[in-house]
Design a binder for this molecule. Structure first.
Ligand code: GMT
Length: 387
């Protein structure tokens, strides 16, 4: 199949999932065209059957505000025509789904099928705000197929918007083979062999509650020698650093900044902390589990679909710093059990979220949409069979 993938190029989970999906689809023989305003972080060197097209962002003297959605639409049309795309798979309703639906109308001869994957904030935050809601709702209804990355997000979408469109749940995925333990170069050595490592990875938006990360770490340090590795950057970064200083923890915290691949870093972690206000899925929790790192997270959104409480880590109510610190200690002080949690985490990630199980679900959706769809010359679409 010939598939366009449109996503945010930044370090966020939606861009990572979209990029990895495109790369896996190409490995499986499909042609994939990425469309974004910058090179997606995880894309790296272009693999065979993959191309990348950049959306125009130049300002124009007459336009006070640059109409990104329109240049995006124009780029989708141009790329779809060049590569004879059959599917445009967009990752985020706003503005990608709306642009793809417009592109489908601008180029009706292509009979382009629009698949929209909802990732979370496009519904829970941005898309449901009054400024966007009617367009988000319309984009969902008009897409040829809609998927959500968790049951929670599917249900939340139905709760927030009176949409009738079927929303299929397709969980996020990992490649278990990439998560073999490797020692990272970028984290300075531990002060002792006994020192344990707590890790947090995010874009430091307020909903990630990075204050709680620091407070949990402070509690853990009262009982054992521990260090905290903070990976990523974002609006709360400065405030988080200030709290670290205030609590006298500066000597025990390492800041890594934004990285394009978290897997080598996870090899250094004993526990991943994800105390978010909400998370539609929590891709980083899955990546940690795949690396054999148990997770302490909040009992919200799609996280319970990823982290199995008491088996692959622990879940606690939002803001319950004490409970989360206790869970960390439970995981860290009992080495034997930590081994069990780590093994459970790795096993669950591989059994439930292996890309080899998940990617065919997307392929089936594409095939279903293309079956019977007319092609450019009017002949039935040729659909690559799944053997
Ligand atoms: O979490 C973020 O702030 C980034 C955001 C994004 O758009 O990339 O992540 C969302 O999509 C990820 C991939 O599906 C999910 O794992 C995250 O849980 C989800 N974030 C939220 O729901 C807050």
């Amino acid at each position: 199949m010939r598939i366009g993938i449109c996503c945010y190029p930044t370090a966020g989970g939606s861009g990572v999932v979209a990029t990895e999906l495109g790369k896996h689809l190409a490995e499986r023989g499909h042609s994939v065209a990425f469309i974004s305003y910058a090179n997606p972080l995880r894309l790296g060197e272009l693999p065979p059957r993959v191309c990348y097209h950049e959306v125009d962002q130049e300002s124009h003297a007459l336009l006070k505000q640059f109409p990104h959605s329109l240049t995006l639409t124009a780029k989708m049309v141009e790329v779809a025509r060049t590569h004879k795309l059959q599917i445009m798979h967009v990752h985020y309703a706003i503005p990608f789904a709306a642009a793809a639906i417009m592109a489908r109308q601008v180029a009706p001869e292509l009979a382009l099928k629009v698949v929209t994957t909802l990732h979370g904030t496009d519904i829970t935050l941005v898309g449901s705000s009054p400024s966007f809601k009617p367009v988000t709702q319309w984009s969902i209804e008009q897409s040829d197929a809609v998927t959500a990355v968790s049951r929670y997000l599917r249900d939340e979408t139905y709760r927030q918007m009176p949409v009738k469109k079927e929303i299929e749940v397709v969980h996020n995925f990992i490649d278990p083979d990439r998560h073999d333990m490797r020692m990272p170069d970028c984290i300075p050595e531990k002060t002792s062999d006994r020192q344990v490592t707590l890790m947090h990875i995010s874009n430091f938006r307020p909903l990630k509650r990075t204050d709680d990360v620091v407070r949990i770490f402070a509690r853990v340090r009262e009982s054992m020698d521990a260090r905290l590795v903070l990976v990523g950057d974002g609006p709360e970064y400065g405030r988080t650093r200030e709290l670290v200083e205030q609590l006298g923890l500066a000597g025990f915290v390492r800041y890594v900044g934004v990285v394009d691949d978290v897997v080598p870093l996870l090899a250094a972690a004993d526990v991943l902390l994800l105390p978010s206000e909400t998370e539609s899925f929590g891709l980083v929790a899955l990546e940690a589990m795949a690396s054999g790192v148990p997770v302490v997270a909040t009992d919200v959104g799609g996280l319970p679909e990823v982290v199995e409480h008491g088996v692959t880590g622990f879940l606690a109510p939002v803001g319950d710093v004490d409970a989360m610190a206790r869970y960390c200690l439970q995981l860290l002080s009992d080495r034997g059990r930590e081994g069990t949690y780590a093994a459970n985490a790795r096993k669950r990630a591989a059994e439930k979220f292996d890309f080899r199980t998940i990617i065919p679900k997307y392929e089936k959706i594409y095939e279903r949409l293309l079956a019977g769809a007319p092609t450019l010359n009017g002949a039935p679409a040729v659909v690559r069979s799944l053997s």
